[in-house]
Structure formats: C-alpha cells, structure tokens
Design a binder for this molecule. Structure first.
Ligand SMILES: Nc1ncnc2c1ncn2[C@@H]1O[C@H](COP(=O)(O)OP(=O)(O)OP(=O)(O)O)[C@@H](O)[C@H]1O
Ligand SMILES: [Mg+2]
Length: 253
C-alpha cells in the first residue's frame, strides 16, 4: 500500500446493465494489466456482495481472506491499520478488496460509510478500479456518494444488452452529468446480432473499444488467472492492453 504518485487518485467504475456481459472479466484484466505495466499503486474493489468471482479469478484462499463486510461496524474509524488488514496483495503488487459472501452484510453501502471508505482508499491508492453490479445504482445515491471519477460501461453487442446499457447510461447522465465515460463492446465477434449502425443508433455514444471473445483466453483466465494472458500475443490481449493504457493516460488529463 502507499501512493506512488502525488496526483489525485482516480476512481474508475466498471459496470454493465446485463449479467454476464464481461464486466468482471474487463475490470480484472485491466487491473492486472495496469499493475503489470505501470508503477501506479492499483486497487481492485469488487462490490459484488454474495459472489465469489474475484476469489476464483485470483485464486484467493476463502478462509483466510477478509472482506469489506468485516469493517461495516468500524468504517467510521477507518485508518491505515484497518485498511492493511482488509487489502490483499496479489501478483505484480495488484491489491484487491473482496466483497462479503454473506448477502446481508451491506452496511458499507450506507452513504456516509461509503464516502468514508472511498475517501480512505483515495488516500492510499493511485488508481481504484471498482467492479460495480448495476443493481447497486438503485441502492446507492450517486449524487451523495463520491464513488467514481470515470465510468466504463461494458455491453455485449446484442439488442437487449445495448438497450439496457442505454438506460443505465441515461440514469448516470441524470445523476452525474458530464462524468467521463468509456463504452466497451465485448465479444463483438460472436454476438453480432446487431449491426454497427443499429448499435450506434441505440447507444448514441462513441464506442471506445471492441473486445473480441477468445475461447482460449477464457479458459486460461479461469484456470490460471487474468495475469497470464499478458504472456500471449493475441488480438484480445492487444485490445485489452490498448484500452488499459488509454484509461491510464487519460486519468490525470
Ligand atoms: N472477451 C472475452 N473473452 C473471453 N472470455 C470472456 C470475455 N469476456 C468475458 N469472458 C468470460 O465470460 C464469462 C462472463 O463474464 P463475466 O463474469 O466477466 O461477466 P459479468 O458481466 O461480470 O457477469 P455478472 O453479471 O455475473 O457479474 C466469464 O467466464 C468470463 O471469463
Ligand atoms: Mg461480474
């Protein structure tokens, strides 16, 4: 832990309007890429309460690991020591904060708690990447909570995903007007049930990156974790690296 850059921290929230769009895949890969390729102190904050996806992806020992449910009672006394116990250090000095597996441990979501929590994270990390399930937008008052500087929307290229993504974008535009956004169309090569024009008409927003689906990479990530993909010179890896660097370089502009 400990910030390496003197500049402000950047909080980038990843979300998608439909389950299985690849939101966790993208945030896990981009966090790993930034930890590998930059000197910034990176934190991945997984907000998926009740899901063990990030534990599985990064092969975390479930018994030993703490999660943000453990601090719901003491968040007002958050300090470096509490944070040190909560944060797990992964490969390439990527840091992660896990969600509680018990679904009723939602104390952190109260707006005053969440503000203290995020502020404390901003004090200790250069870049914080948040894996944010869309249903939390109906819980969290984003006007009152300073949880993101930038938002990455991940969508599949089918009509349901894209239409629902537009609804989510409208909601964010309404509560956080002018917030910087990236639009990522994932698995564009296998779910092309909507034409590029159709996509543009619904989204009404430029696409930042098209990420292909790659079966070997899916298998690799599931068996050996997200870091491994950066050993391969594949189109999907290049797209993820380019997107990671774009996000990184634009963060402090
Ligand atoms: N571009 C891709 N190439 C290969 N595999 C991918 C790609 N995108 C996603 N996957 C895989 O597809 C599956 C679903 O992705 P993921 O779990 O990231 O979706 P999600 O949006 O986080 O879903 P949830 O709603 O459950 O949180 C995972 O097995 C993931 O590894
Ligand atoms: Mg997920």
């Amino acid at each position: 832990m400990g910030k390496r850059n003197n500049s402000e921290s950047g909080v980038i929230m990843f979300t998608s309007a439909k389950g299985g769009s690849g939101c966790s895949f993208m945030v896990n890969s981009i966090s790993s890429c930034l930890a590998l390729k930059t000197t910034a102190n990176i934190l991945l904050l997984d907000m998926n309460i009740g899901k063990r996806d990030s534990r599985t992806a990064f092969d975390v020992d479930e018994q030993a690991a703490r999660d943000f449910g453990d601090i719901e009672e003491i968040v007002k006394d958050m300090d470096t020591q509490v944070l040190r116990k909560l944060v797990l250090n992964l490969e390439s000095s990527l840091n992660i904060i896990l969600p509680p597996l018990k679904m009723d441990r939602t104390g952190i979501l109260k707006k005053e708690n969440l503000n203290i929590f995020i502020e404390c994270l901003r004090d200790h990390f250069d870049i914080i990447l948040v894996d944010m399930p869309y249903y939390l937008f109906s819980y969290i008052d984003m006007v009152e909570v300073d949880i993101a500087d930038r938002i990455v929307f991940v969508t599949l290229p089918d009509i349901y995903s894209v239409s629902n993504c537009r609804i989510l974008m409208n909601h964010i535009e309404y509560i956080r007007p002018g917030i910087d956004r990236y639009m990522v169309v994932n698995k564009y090569n296998i779910r092309a049930s909507i034409s590029p024009t159709g996509l543009a008409n619904i989204l009404k927003y430029p696409v930042t990156a098209f990420i292909p689906y790659d079966r070997d990479i899916e298998f690799l990530v599931q068996t050996r974790g997200p870091f491994q993909m950066f050993n391969y010179n594949l189109r999907i890896v290049k797209s993820i690296k380019d997107l990671s660097m774009k996000i990184y370089e634009e963060l402090w502009q």
